[in-house]
Ligand binder design. Structure first.
Ligand code: FAD
Ligand code: SF4
Ligand code: SF4
Length: 478
């Protein structure tokens, strides 16, 4: 092993510089600066090159992390990029927005007290270096195949599958109801976590590789699912999950109570230079308002931090469990707190005050009870513990469920699970319809970008096998 590894005993963990909260609050720029090459090499050299690298085991893409850390420590950046990009279509995106504390870094075995290797920041550094040096190229196929694949959804799952299939020579067509490709990378995740230019740069490479995008095309309303199937040799459904979970209670229908994704899409569109009526009218603009966000996941964290940047008068997050039990990334909670967000843990909304428009949220304190069958502690209200929080804008960020896809596609034979996700054979990613595959959140339920990429890659491999197998046997006339 190179002597320059195992430096964790000497060199403390360091993350890239983070902009001061007071500056961050004033704009939507990314909050972390890139690593400089020396810092990246130093941090990579902290890795102890484990024989069984738990970081890789807990990375959904099983990235070959120790190898690219070693190459970075040795300054062999082009090789580091080759290794990093062999298993990940968008390493610069994962390096920025994976919840590393729960995945690779959270499972790095460097002894407690020395702190994990900053894997995500090094992955971002490797890929940004590769872009700067011109090593990242469109993956044009060596030979063209006559078969075509239609992909519904230009989110990370659809895009990863598209790139894999195109590299094999397929004629790949991606359909999306939005006017820009990227799915939640563009319209969900805010700029301060992932600048839109980073996503656009990738989409441009996919276009250069020969992938055809049909944007503003909603499968179901604009083009029937049957005609899509007739056009292509195989179809991949990668439509994500978008039905917002609702909450009830008196006053839940008041004006000024909005859905998280409507709010974030308006903000992202505004940032991209679009004219957004609901933003211009103030309905989805937090400026000067007392904002209450309800929920404890990544979406809630993105809403509170967007509201801060829009110039909200105050931002409160209500979550019915405690900090340790929230689903969102701890790192994002810490960032939100630094930016001035007030968290009210163990607090659940019961009712909304107001006459026509919301003026406040009545909440009740909760306590954590005994764990249920899944091991998760139940939450119970504490009697007589009601309190009110003033609010002009309430954002509901309670999670997402799948839309009624068989209904939208007019295809009842597309079977779903009891959660409404699309049912697949997990070995092949094929649905109950021959030649129709599914991947990403529409199969898993709301998940992570890195899992979308993984599923997209696996589904692409399976589609390739399916088309090859059919091509090798004569087909009966249909
Ligand atoms: P999506 O990204 O949802 O893409 C699906 C695409 O399908 C969309 O573009 C949609 O327009 C299109 N579509 C749907 N129906 C149709 C139709 N009928 N016809 C044509 N097109 C259609 N994950 C992380 O790893 N890190 C994070 O920090 C993070 N933050 C998040 C913040 C927010 C606010 C949200 C909502 C999610 C976040 N996630 C995060 C989760 C992550 O974004 C998703 O898990 C991931 O994008 C799922 O990828 P996908 O390709 O399955 O679906
Ligand atoms: Fe870690 Fe995500 Fe990169 Fe895997 S893809 S190494 S989990 S940052
Ligand atoms: Fe290196 Fe940590 Fe991975 Fe071990 S677990 S190979 S020390 S990054």
């Amino acid at each position: 092993m190179a002597e320059r590894m195992l430096q964790f005993v000497r060199l403390p963990q360091a993350t890239p510089d983070k902009r001061e909260a007071v500056q961050r609050r004033a704009d939507f720029g990314e909050i972390y600066a890139p690593f400089d090459p020396k810092a990246a090499a130093g941090q990579a050299s902290r890795c102890s090159q484990c024989g069984v690298p738990f970081c890789s085991v807990h990375c959904p893409l099983n990235n070959n992390i120790p190898d690219w850390l070693k190459l970075t420590a040795e300054g062999r950046m082009e090789e580091a990029y080759e290794v990093a990009s062999a298993t990940n279509n968008f390493p610069e995106i994962c390096g920025r927005i994976c919840p590393q504390d729960r995945l690779c870094e959270g499972n790095c075995v460097i002894e407690p007290g020395f702190e994990s290797v900053t894997i995500g920041a090094v992955e971002r550094h490797i890929t940004e270096t590769a872009f700067a040096e011109g090593w990242v190229k469109a993956r044009r196929p060596a030979r063209e195949r006559p078969h075509s694949v239609g992909i519904v959804g230009a989110g990370p799952a659809g895009l990863a599958a598209a790139e894999q299939l195109r590299a094999k020579g397929y004629q790949v067509h991606v359909y999306d109801r939005h006017d820009r490709a990227g799915g939640l990378l563009i319209y969900g995740i805010p700029n301060f976590k992932l600048e839109k230019q980073v996503v656009r740069r990738r989409v441009e490479l996919l276009e250069q590789a020969g992938i055809r995008f049909h944007l503003g095309t909603s499968i179901g309303p604009d083009m029937s699912f049957a005609s899509l199937r007739a056009r292509h040799d195989a179809v991949l459904v990668a439509t994500g999950v978008y039905k917002a979970r609702e909450m009830g209670g008196p006053g839940a229908g008041l004006g000024g109570i909005v859905k998280a994704l409507d709010y974030l899409i308006a903000s992202n569109r505004q940032g991209l230079g679009d004219t957004v009526a609901e933003f211009t009218s103030g309905a989805l603009d937090a400026r000067g308002k007392r904002v209450v966000v309800i929920g404890g996941g990544d979406t809630a964290m993105d809403c509170v931090r967007t509201a801060v940047r829009q110039g909200a008068a105050s931002v409160v997050c209500l979550y019915r469990r405690d900090r340790a039990n929230m689903p969102g990334s701890m790192r994002e909670v810490a960032n939100a707190e630094e930016e001035g967000v007030q968290f009210m843990w163990l607090a659940a909304p019961e009712a909304f005050h107001g006459d026509g428009r919301v003026t406040g949220v009545r909440a009740v304190r909760m306590h954590l009870g005994l764990p249920d069958a899944s091991g998760r502690q139940a939450v119970e209200p504490i009697e007589g513990s009601h309190f009110s929080v003033p609010a002009d804008l309430v954002i509901k960020a309670l999670g997402f469920d799948p839309e009624d896809l068989p209904g939208m596609f007019g295809e009842p034979a597309l079977k779903t699970t009891r959660w409404g996700t699309v049912a697949i054979d997990p070995r092949t990613f094929m649905t109950k319809l021959p030649g129709v595959f599914a991947a990403g959140d529409i199969v898993r339920g709301a998940s992570l970008v890195v899992w979308g990429i993984r599923d997209g890659r696996d589904a692409a491999a399976s589609i390739h096998k399916y088309i090859e197998a059919r091509a090798s046997v004569p087909q009966a006339a249909e």
